[in-house]
Design a protein around this ligand. Structure first.
Ligand code: ATP
Length: 391
C-alpha cells in the first residue's frame, strides 16, 4: 500500500486528510511544518506528498524546491488555502504535481492522489525497463580465459577490425559482441543483430540487404535491410555457420566493397558497418565440407575470440553464482539468499553443459526451493539431470 506524507501546520486539516486517506487504505505519516516534513521525506521513501503552502519554519514552496532536489520522482500535491491559489499555480510550474484547495473536496483529493500515484509507479516501471533495455549485462569472471577475453575486447573494440566469436551455445558469445560494440567508437550507433540460423534461406538476403517493392511476391513494401540499419554501428551476424552459400557470396561482396544492393534493386548503397560474427560450428570444417566459403572466413576472422565452456573455467563459478543469486533474488523481490562454501564447491564440481543459462536456471531453482542459506544438501537435491523431477 502506498505511503503518503501529509505536511500541514493545521492539526484539524491533518486529521481530516489522515482519516480520509487511512480509510482508503493508504499509510500516512504526518508532519507539522516544512522542516519536519523534509526531514521525514529524506529518511523514508514516500509514494506521494500532500503539502500545505503557508507554514512556519519552512513553507510549502521551499519544501517543494528541496524535495525536488532530493528526489524528483516523488509527486507533491500542494494544499492551498483561499488566499494562495496563485502560489499553488506557481508551485505547479515549479514542479508540484497538482494542487487541491482547502477545505479538501473528497473526490478531487482522491482522484488527484490516485493520478499522482499512477505517475509514481509509471516512473518506477520506466526506470526498470530502461535499465533492462539499455544496459549491456556485465561479463562476470576473473578466470584466465575470461580475463584474456576482456583484454582482447578492450584492444580490439576501438579498431574497426572484424571479429569472429566462437564457442558452444550459451557461453556468452553475444555478450562479447555487445561489449566490443559498447567500447567501440560506434557505441552511439546501433548494434543490429541477425540470427542467421533463425531466418529461412530464401528470406535471408532480403533480411540482410532489404528489398525493393514488388521484387518478389510478398515484397509489398520497400524494406531496409540490416546492413543499412546498422550503418554507423555494428552488425552482429549470429550463427553465421548456418548462412546459405548464396547469401555468403553477397555478404562477402558487401564486406569487400562496403556497398550493398537491395533485392530487386539496381542502385548500389554504401554502408559503413563493422561486422562481428559468431558461430558454434567449426567453420574451417564447414569450409572443408564446402558449406562455408574460405574467402568469407578470412574476411570475418581478422580477430578470433574463442569463449570457453563453463567447465573449462570453473574458477568463475563462485562469482557467477553470486551474481545470479543477486539478480534472481532482485527479480523475485526478496532479500539476497546466502550460499555456504560447500554448496559453492558442489556447484563448481558439477558437470555443466557449458551453457551459462543452465547455471542461471539452477541458481533460480535453488532460490525457489531452498531456505535462507543454500547448502550442499540443497545442491545435491535440486541440481539434478534435466530428466529428473524435483519432488
Ligand atoms: N561472463 C558472463 N557473466 C554474466 N552473464 C553471462 C556471461 N556470459 C554469458 N552470460 C549470460 O548468459 C546468457 C547467454 O549468453 P549469450 O547469449 O551471450 O551466449 P551465446 O553464446 O551468444 O548464446 P547462443 O549460442 O545461444 O547464441 C546471457 O543471458 C548472458 O548475459
Amino acid at each position: 500500500m502506498a505511503n503518503i506524507l501529509i505536511i500541514d501546520d493545521e492539526k484539524s486539516i491533518r486529521k481530516t486528510l489522515t482519516e480520509i486517506l487511512s480509510y482508503e487504505g493508504y499509510k500516512i505519516d504526518e508532519a507539522a511544518d516544512g522542516a519536519e516534513g523534509f526531514k521525514m521525506f529524506k529518511e523514508k521513501s514516500y509514494d506521494a506528498v500532500l503539502c500545505d503552502i503557508k507554514m512556519p519554519k519552512m513553507d510549502g514552496l521551499e519544501f517543494l524546491e528541496k524535495a525536488k532536489e532530493a528526489n524528483p520522482d516523488v509527486p507533491i500535491v500542494m494544499v492551498s488555502g483561499h488566499g494562495n491559489i496563485d502560489t499553488a499555480v506557481d508551485a505547479v510550474k515549479k514542479g508540484a504535481y497538482d494542487y487541491i484547495s482547502k477545505p479538501p473536496d473528497l473526490n478531487r483529493l482522491l482522484i488527484t492522489l490516485r493520478n499522482a500515484l499512477d505517475k509514481t509507479s509509471l516512473v518506477a516501471e520506466t526506470k526498470v525497463l530502461r535499465k533492462k533495455v539499455n544496459k549491456t549485462p556485465q561479463m562476470i569472471g576473473d578466470s584466465v580465459p575470461i580475463t584474456k577475453i576482456k583484454d582482447t575486447i578492450e584492444k580490439v573494440a576501438p579498431t574497426d577490425a572484424r571479429v569472429l566469436v566462437t564457442g558452444e551455445n550459451g557461453v556468452g558469445k553475444e555478450l562479447v559482441a555487445r561489449w566490443i560494440h559498447e567500447y567501440s567508437n560506434r557505441s552511439k550507433g546501433p548494434m543490429i543483430e541477425v540470427n542467421c540460423a533463425a531466418i529461412p534461406s530464401e528470406l535471408i538476403e532480403s533480411e540482410l540487404f532489404g528489398h525493393e517493392k514488388g521484387s518478389f511476391t510478398s515484397a509489398i513494401k520497400q524494406r531496409i535491410g540490416k546492413f543499412e540499419q546498422a550503418s554507423g554501428g555494428t552488425l552482429f551476424l549470429d550463427e553465421i555457420g548456418d548462412m546459405s552459400l548464396s547469401a555468403q557470396a553477397k555478404v562477402l561482396r558487401a564486406l569487400q566493397e562496403g556497398k550493398i544492393t537491395r533485392v530487386g534493386g539496381d542502385k548500389e548503397i554504401s554502408v559503413d558497418v563493422r561486422v562481428i560474427a559468431a558461430t558454434n560450428k567449426d567453420l574451417l570444417k564447414e569450409v572443408e565440407e564446402k558449406n562455408f566459403r574460405l574467402d568469407l572466413y578470412h574476411r570475418l576472422s581478422v580477430i578470433l575470440i574463442h569463449v570457453p565452456a563453463l567447465n573449462e573455467r570453473s574458477d568463475d563459478i563462485p562469482l557467477l553464482v553470486d551474481h545470479f543469486l543477486e539478480s534472481v533474488c532482485a527479480e523475485y523481490g526478496i532479500a539476497k539468499k546466502g550460499i555456504d562454501k560447500q554448496a559453492v564447491k558442489a556447484l563448481q564440481e558439477h558437470r555443466w553443459s557449458g551453457n551459462i543459462r543452465e547455471l542461471r536456471n539452477v541458481v533460480e531453482r535453488l532460490v525457489i526451493l531452498s531456505g535462507k542459506t543454500i547448502n550442499a544438501d540443497d545442491v545435491e537435491n535440486y541440481v539434478l539431470p534435466a530428466n529428473k523431477s524435483n519432488v
